[in-house]
Ligand binder design. Structure first.
Ligand SMILES: Nc1ncnc2c1ncn2[C@@H]1O[C@H](COP(=O)(O)OP(=O)(O)OP(=O)(O)O)[C@@H](O)[C@H]1O
Ligand SMILES: [Mg+2]
Length: 265
């Protein structure tokens, strides 16, 4: 469960800046429209981890919101396990957000939200304790989000995701704002979580190395209105090391070049 088919998606927003500028009727009829996505086709296999890269503002978050059912595409459709996505479904899809914890709830209560549908209190408690142990937050169960470091907050959010056990996990820049080491550790946690759960995972990142280290597939979008510039399966062994995998290193250089960086260190 967790096969995603993005079929010829395009998305246009009303462009309020242009409307204001051309509002006296002197603009072209199309000047009030901002095309963001243009004919995006993408198939994500059950259990695949796909990392999506692209320049800022190209429409990555828009694409994720459409897949999660928070936005409707202007044209095209999204099917998850053959079902047309028309609205968000919390049972099926979990959207991992950097500040997704409810600030008035403790770590325990936040994770418990993910298992609230289990009828039996004992199994609810067991499940919550298990997830908290997996992300190594034992001892912090009764802390509120503001009492945790940024990395711990992300781990608590991961525990909530694990508790929900969705078919599809969607992560929009899950490592933004973390220091280098916490970023590396969190990346490892996400890869381990993916290996452990085998759930379909979509990760938007700005970091080319994140995408190449983590992904089963990498998708690179172009500038707005975004089109798919590269869609490549990454069949490299894990853990991935650029020094030991010259082909991966070559691909890294190519993607840097695609993004306009001529000398990648
Ligand atoms: N609800 C909205 N209404 C109007 N325009 C929007 C809306 N959401 C996004 N946009 C516009 O769509 C474009 C793409 O936005 P989006 O947030 O999808 O980009 P992104 O690739 O995620 O960027 P970043 O890497 O900076 O997060 C931007 O120009 C943005 O201003
Ligand atoms: Mg974004």
């Amino acid at each position: 469960m967790g096969h995603i088919l993005v079929d010829s998606i395009s998305k246009e927003y009303p462009n309020r800046r242009k409307q204001a500028r051309w509002g006296n009727g002197s603009g072209s009829p199309s000047s009030g429209i901002l095309p963001v996505l243009s004919n995006i086709n993408l198939e994500v296999g059950d259990g695949e981890m796909v990392c999506i890269l692209g320049p800022s503002g190209c429409g990555k978050s828009t694409l994720l919101r459409i897949i999660a059912g928070f936005e409707t595409p202007t044209t095209g459709s999204v099917l998850i396990d053959g079902q047309l996505v028309v609205r968000p479904s919390s049972d099926n899809i979990f959207v991992f957000q950097s500040n997704g914890l409810l600030p008035w709830m403790t770590v325990w209560e936040n994770v418990e939200l993910g298992v609230r549908k289990l009828p039996d209190l004992r199994s609810r408690e067991r499940k919550v304790a298990e997830q908290i142990e997996i992300v190594e937050l034992e001892g912090f169960e009764h802390h509120y989000p503001y009492q945790l470091s940024g990395g711990m907050q992300r781990r608590a959010e991961l525990a909530r995701a694990l508790a929900i056990n969705p078919n599809v996990m969607i992560m929009d820049e899950p490592f933004s704002g973390l220091d280098f080491l916490t970023h590396m550790k969190m990346r490892e946690e996400v890869v381990n979580m993916h290996i452990f759960t085998g759930k379909t995972t979509l990760v938007v990142t700005h970091d080319i190395d994140d995408a190449l280290i983590m992904g089963d597939r990498i998708v690179v979008l172009g500038v707005c209105p975004a089109q798919v510039r590269l869609n490549l399966r990454l069949d490299f062994p894990r853990p991935r090391d650029f020094q030991k995998l010259p082909e991966l290193n070559k691909l890294r250089q190519q993607i840097f070049l695609m993004q306009g960086v001529t000398y990648a260190v």
